[in-house]
Write a protein that binds this ligand. Structure first.
Ligand SMILES: Cc1ncc(COP(=O)(O)O)c(C=O)c1O
Length: 351
């Protein structure tokens, strides 16, 4: 910020989106397999605004939307004002969204031949899913995009964790289709949530103008000062090494957490192996309703987890495992405290 302000104090003024930042993001998207230009990139106030923009554009009040049974609660907040008909599909903890279930819903909705019966869009977090940590397999990615094309239903791809893949990274859905996939990216998990900067990739200038109009009505622009400061950082060339550092660190923390679960958690507990993002999903034996243990964990052991129930997209159609599962996060906990933290949680469930 000092560099920006020393160069030009007008960084404190209103201004058009910083073209250099958009161009740089288009370059970064090559790592996600996406071929786009700076003109396709619409800067947003975090990924949160990006997902909100597309929902606003696609969903009418009372309309239908396809989501997974467990989703990022910020998306539930986006949906709430629409009173939408939420059609949920399960998620496989290793291969991601149940795309066959999506196909069934789309086929059933298409039966009447009335376009108004179709879901307005599909929302998914294919990579490093929040809360499951799951990453959608390549075969499912191809199948999902083919369905979007066949039924002409847009996909909102929330790629908040897409740059945090550990082994054999998979490309974004947007790399498979530029027309029906509406990509949402964010600096929050790869730089810092405090910059409140994200981006969305628009299929053409018509969509760009529409989404931009909604964005401007909300908050005019992403802080010009922050945009310019981010560009200074990106042009310094430090980002690739920073991403490598994040991936190496999180991978080690993940492995420590998985080892600690093995060591301390009760028989009958199951968890997945997340290859992206920052979450491990743990399913406890069915009688261990995680919500009932949370207060005790905080009060007696000063350690917390997130009970699965908080992620239910539609609390009236809970996944069967919702009551006895939880989300653990390995992103911010120092390596030397992970084992002790997991041991403390296990103690609460074991006593
Ligand atoms: C899946 C997902 N999407 C979007 C967001 C919001 O990101 P941002 O801080 O970029 O608005 C989060 C934040 O946790 C998230 O987990």
């Amino acid at each position: 910020m000092n560099t920006v302000l020393a160069e030009d104090i007008r960084a404190l003024q209103y201004g058009p989106p910083v073209a250099g930042l958009k161009n740089h993001l288009a370059e970064m998207m090559r790592e996600r397999g996406v071929d786009c230009t700076g003109d396709d990139i619409l800067l947003t106030t975090g990924g949160q605004q990006g997902i909100g923009l597309w929902v606003k554009l696609f969903l009418n009040p009372g309309g239908k939307i396809i989501v997974e049974e467990m989703i990022y609660p910020g998306f539930t907040q986006v949906l709430t004002p629409y009173g939408a008909e939420i059609l949920t599909v399960p998620t496989d903890l290793q291969t991601g969204m149940d795309v066959d279930a999506v196909a069934k819903i789309l086929a059933a909705c298409a039966k009447s031949g009335d376009r108004r019966e179709m879901p307005a869009c599909i929302y998914t977090i294919p990579t490093g899913h929040n809360p499951h940590g799951a990453t959608m397999s390549m075969a499912k990615r191809q199948q999902l995009v083919a369905l979007a094309r066949q039924y002409e239903v847009p996909i909102i791809e929330d790629d908040a964790y897409g740059f945090l893949q550990y082994d054999n990274p998979l490309p974004a859905l947007r790399s498979l289709d530029a027309e029906w996939v509406f990509y949402v990216g964010s600096f929050s998990k790869i730089f810092g949530p405090g910059v409140r900067t994200g981006w969305t990739i628009t299929p053409n200038s018509d969509f760009y103008d529409k989404a931009n109009c909604i964005k401007e009505a909300m908050d005019l622009e992403v802080s010009g000062l922050i945009q310019k400061a981010l560009l200074v950082y990106l042009l310094s060339g430090k980002m690739p090494a920073h991403l490598q550092m994040l991936r190496a660190t999180y991978q080690k923390r993940r492995d420590l957490m998985l080892q600690a679960l093995e060591e301390h958690f009760p028989a009958g507990a199951k968890w997945n192996f997340p290859n992206a993002g920052m979450f491990v999903w743990v399913e406890m034996p069915p009688h261990m309703e995680t919500m009932r243990y949370l207060d005790k964990a905080i009060e007696e052991e000063m350690v917390a987890f997130v009970p699965a129930i908080g992620f239910a997209a539609d609390p009236t159609q809970n996944a069967s495992s919702a009551s006895h599962s939880m989300r653990l996060t390995f992103s911010a906990v120092p390596m030397d405290r992970i084992n002790a933290g997991i041991a403390k949680i296990a103690k609460i469930f074991n006593t």
